[in-house]
Ligand binder design. Structure first.
Ligand SMILES: Nc1ncnc2c1ncn2[C@@H]1O[C@H](COP(=O)(O)OP(=O)(O)O)[C@@H](O)[C@H]1O
Ligand SMILES: [Mg+2]
Length: 251
């Protein structure tokens, strides 16, 4: 199993966010995690990349417990994961090329020339070759997102994690991101974990859809099973109804 999450609990002060999440991710598949804003999707992702420590429970990646493995094991695991953050998180004062190669310039020890080639390769993969010298402010939201994906690809990861990759992007730009995620997955055999509340995107790209509610996994299934399920939480969410078993936690 590529990633095993067992009984994950996390609270912030007295707010319980994760209350026993159990999940398995197999190599080579695309998983989409859905759920209301604030239900803990990003918190879950942050545990998988080791940015947050659980109160209880474990995350194992390729059999290594990421909170108790050796430094060398953890460095290897981290290097195999690419993360696309929700706000793209590009540095405005750096060029696209410097942004995409950022981690390689910081810690890979590769020569400048090799990094420039890697940056070129990554930008080509997202359909944006030749824009190395532009600055983020010159790009549309969809292009910024593709640059953020190129940055995640630069380390040649086997797992790509996307936090809300289509949120805030117009429908056409969003569809380009969906196609890109699909083609990267198909061409590079990457395992993808995608958090989103964009259901159009979820149904387009997912092998499995996982729904979080009240700190736990309340449902998971293939897209066709999700469409046909009579699970009332899933129905309320995918039909976008304000009435139903999901409490109104926020406006
Ligand atoms: N570092 C943190 N400190 C305190 N509260 C946090 C922190 N990170 C997330 N939270 C809270 O945890 C809850 C879940 O957040 P998040 O995972 O970001 O939700 P979403 O499902 O929208 O991604 C929210 O109520 C958020 O305010
Ligand atoms: Mg989030």
């Amino acid at each position: 199993m590529l990633i095993e999450i067992d009984n994950l609990h996390k609270s912030f002060l007295d707010q319980k966010v994760l209350a026993g999440v159990n999940l398995f991710f197999e190599e080579g598949k695309t998983y989409v995690i859905i759920g209301r804003s604030g239900c803990g999707k990003s918190v879950l992702l942050r545990h998988i990349i080791g940015l947050l420590k659980p109160d209880l429970g474990t995350v194992r990646i390729r059999g290594v417990d990421i909170f108790s493995g050796s430094k060398e094991q953890l460095d290897n695991i981290r290097a195999s994961i690419g993360m696309v953050f929700q706000q793209s998180a590009l540095f405005d004062s750096l060029t696209v090329g410097e942004n995409v190669g950022f981690l390689l310039y910081e810690k890979s020890g590769l020569s400048r020339r090799d990094i420039i080639l890697r940056v070129q390769e990554a930008l080509t993969m997202v359909g944006l070759n030749g824009i190395e010298n532009k600055y983020p402010e010159e790009l549309s939201g969809g292009m910024k997102k593709r640059v953020a994906i190129a940055r995640a690809l630069c380390g040649r990861p086997s797992i790509l994690i996307y936090d809300e990759p289509t949120t805030g992007i117009d429908p056409i730009g969003a569809d380009m991101i969906n196609s890109l995620m699909k083609s990267l997955h198909d061409r590079l055999k990457i395992t993808s974990l995608v958090v989103t509340h964009d259901l159009v995107s979820a149904f387009k790209i997912a092998d499995r859809i996982i729904m979080l509610f009240n700190g736990r996994v309340i449902y998971q299934g293939a897209p066709q099973e999700v469409v046909n399920t009579d699970n009332p939480y899933v129905r309320q969410f995918i039909e976008g109804k304000k009435e139903g078993p999901i409490n109104q936690l926020e406006v």
